[in-house]
Design a protein around this ligand. Sequence first.
Ligand code: ATP
Ligand code: MG
Length: 415
Amino acid sequence: MRQSQLFGATRREISQEEESINAILLTRGGYICRTAAGVTSFLPLGLRVIENIKNIVRAEMNELPATQELLMPVFQPKDIWEESGRWDDEGMKEVMYRVQDTNMGIGATHEENATDLFRKLVSSYKELPLCIYQIQTKFRKELRAKSGLLRGREFIMKDLYSFHLTEEGFQDYYEQAAAAYLRVFERCGVNAIRTKASGGIFSKRPSDEFQVINSVGEDTIYLNPAGDEAWNEEMVTGQDDPRLLEWGGGEVRPAQATEVGNIFPYGTRYTVPMHGEVTDETGQKVPVIMGAYGIGISRLMGVITELYGNVETGKIAWPTGIAPFKVHLIDLSPDGQGNPIYDQLKAAGVEVLFDDRDRRAGEKFADADLIGAPIRLIVSKRSLDAGGVEAVKAWNISPDEREIVAVSELENFIR
Ligand code: ATP
Ligand code: MG
């Protein structure tokens, strides 16, 4: 992609309303543009980051047994929500938007729709287990829509629903999903801690959250001494709660964190009232065991920015798999000598952003800091005289770490 044609230029001045690291840096970098509180446009650069996160999530979800992607509707008819008892539920009324003139809700979550699909299309235990997921925009009446992508009224979520014949089958899948979640977050460069939590307004049973410690985290969690397990504050009575003491002494630390994912065991919470049933081996109709598994895709982008972004230096050092471009080729040469190099990299299938703009070097570098590609290549008269292109790894942009790479060696260097 030629930077001269990239829609959504970097901005020096942004609205005073933005205060979180992710909102400031992503707005300045031309990744997102705020439409209203909690309502955001993803510009081409931001969409690339979202797609990278989605692809990591997809790759891990597709490895889970009996798991497939589909797409459910945003419109949610009142009748299925009445069947589950959530249309008139006070907690849900505070969350779900409703469209007066159609008797529909706007999807805040999809248990009802998933259970409805299940009962329409599955009838025998032989078709189990069945696990379906989607990546979709969700809508919620968030009163405190703030902190950029961390809490939107409209946001992108991956939601998965599992259907098993037996509790054992379900438990086994639940643990596999939890392990897949940890891999997703690791690949996204964040350390997510599995945290025991209440099921919130969606479930009576305890759930597992995946929490990332950061300074603007809205949740308080209590970490075990090893720092790899936690309880959400809402579940414990304080630092000396007997459940924390079960960890066998050692220091229990409170920390501020943001939930990036959540997995819920539902039992038959939805499948009894909505008749999500199959016939078992004896020909009896039985309700199936259900679970739900969410990941906040857009929130994850915000959390990654909180961790890898720096407002003072104006840099986002994206983890490799997340950066919008793998390579940023910056042309400082007098006669556009970067052009054939760009063509060469493009032909080799490298994800490259080419700064072909007629701007001062300082301005180009400041923009490159916000784009945060893992590899930066600078073409200048000096580099060409020295035999090639100056290559810099973004996480180490001190001048003495630069090296000259011959143009013929560039693909190897990038690999
Ligand atoms: P929270 O407690 O932060 O409101 P939640 O428990 O309501 O989250 P879930 O219903 O479990 O969230 O949704 C699954 C995932 O979607 C969450 O783990 C989170 O990453 C993301 N998410 C939830 N609400 C929002 C929101 N308003 N904006 C962005 N992401 C969200
Ligand atoms: Mg919520």
